[in-house]
Ligand binder design. Sequence first.
Ligand code: FEO
Ligand code: CA
Ligand code: CA
Ligand code: CA
Length: 679
Amino acid sequence: MAHSYLCSDRTHPPEDLGADDRISNTSTGPSFPNVLSERAGQPDAISTDPVKFAGDRSLFGGPSLTRRALMQGTSVIAALAVSPAYATATDQTGHDSSLTFPPLPNIHDEDSHVAKGYHLHTLIRWGDPVVAGAPAFDPGNQSAQAQALQFGYNNDFVAFMPLPKGSLNSGHGLLCVNHEYTIPHLMFPGITKENDHTLTQDQVNIEMAAHGHSVVEIKRTGHTWHVVRNSPLNRRLTALDTKFQLTGPAAGSERLKTSTDLTGTCVIGTINNCAGGKTPWGTILFAEENFDGYFAGRIENTGEARNYARLGVGNAEYLWSRYHSRFDVEKEPNEANRFGWIVEFDPYDPYSIPKKRTALGRFKHEGATTVLNKDGRVVVYSGDDQRFEYIYRFVTARPYDATAAGMTDLLDEGTLSVARFMADGTLEWLPLVFGQGALIPANDFHSQADVLIETRRAADLVGATPMDRPEDIETNPVTGVVYAAMTNNTKRTADTLDAPNPRNMNRHGHILELIPPGTAPDRNKAKADHTANHFTWDIFLLAGNPDKAEDQSRYGHDVGRSGWLSCPDNVAFDNQGRLWITTDGAPKAGITDGVWACDVKGDGRAITRRFYACPRGAELCGPEFTPDNSSYFASVQHPGDEPGSTYDTPSTRWPDFHEFMPPRPSIQVIRKIGGGPIG
Ligand code: FEO
Ligand code: CA
Ligand code: CA
Ligand code: CA
């Protein structure tokens, strides 16, 4: 069916109707030899004292002893291996932390758990009605029409947007939630991993309607939040029929035109919406991450073979191409170029058309978080979540002025850069600008649109540093320091070790600090210059089990038996500037996924403490607080996703625990019993 592409039209209310652990970067980016050779010239100062690492006050200033130690490559790994592990047999640390909640033990069972003194409440679940007219969830009798009005599957990013707009109201607002992906064998009766190639068109359409985004008005009465049923602000965006406009330098490019969109500016749907962020003007950004897994066909039969190979396009994990030819690259060769962008969306206007902002580049965006720089320009940080991919930054050309007109398209003009980490603890942002350096016709870049459509190849050519799967990146609201989670990279080898990715076979991931100039020595956000070409960087923590020397983990100090974590994914800050870290993949290390918190300065720096444990099979996404920090939204994704677990025989029926209900991805709200700031 040909869609009628009228992206300039506003939409009508209601809408009418794993993947991360591959490698696509085969470039031998100059950064490996570069960093290794630089490292070879470093002095032999190695600290084997774990207490000094990350807890070292010198980290607040220039490079610390311990960071220099990490720059020693293989020698530091040897040193780490013999360094005393944190022999921790307690759940209490002897160090002062600003956190007051008691550590939650590691609990692995069918339910979710929060630290003592806090209360958990399930706010909204997959299938719950969102848009007026939505039927109640009937898992044995699903339809795409119903799903397109109901809460989608696999909630990821969560933004709480206060009502009225612009206020700091912590009792009423819009909950804006991404729906990243679908799992047929946990969604449909009779489907298993072995027979999921038998999905019908109706089932595929349900999957497409379960993707995208939900906007839900929510209100708190006393300590209890509830969904405002039938609110005119409630909305679903789906992969099935929602119109998205392409804007910015690549919009209208020949490479974005299809048989049904001759303008190259209007796309149906958004897919694999992972994390995101908020803008100073009250919109949200969300990321299209593993879009490649939806496209089938032989890429060599398209004009985009090099581009698609670099992104892994053509190895479809979904059956969508069987019923929707635009997901077959041989039938619609440019459709895959219309995904992999950052979407800007105004949740306060129920008729707004979401925009794919091409100026921010095209890759497997984990998220996109903004910071208002001291000169008024807006800076967006975004990670490309795949092994050996890069960290990006976008700086708007113009400053934000809340009183001026024309601010809504600020993200269409600016400079995209990619990070190159140096072994001396500095970091350079390399601009990805057509005509500069290697980004010229000789390398088959003929416009800025080409640079943006093939962002990864452009980044390869300028010499970006391949990282251990960059996930969420957030700026501390108190200090101005930027935190970037590298979730893991088991393909990191001795040959490719470097200072910012210092562990061989990095199973547990780590968190980096990217430090804009102006913050040191007092780490004051008002002085930070996020637009500078040069930052410094440090390692905040190396995740893993301190009782296992082979993990080479490093925290601020003794984190206790349940304080260690593995595979940091999404991060957030409370309004005291404390870091909250969710994990995805911790069960491989023998612990349940969940959320941990820690200070970033003082005696409690990098001493992580568990706050929440997921039900089995789930990861935790999108930490989000209300402005007063009294409510915390926990996004529980893929409960029951474990080997052998299916719709018919799930490993948990969380959160309903009803014999006819499958596990349901859901948002839980956490509040302190009696109220007050969390933490
Ligand atoms: Fe969707 Fe990289 O997690
Ligand atoms: Ca993630
Ligand atoms: Ca975040
Ligand atoms: Ca994840």
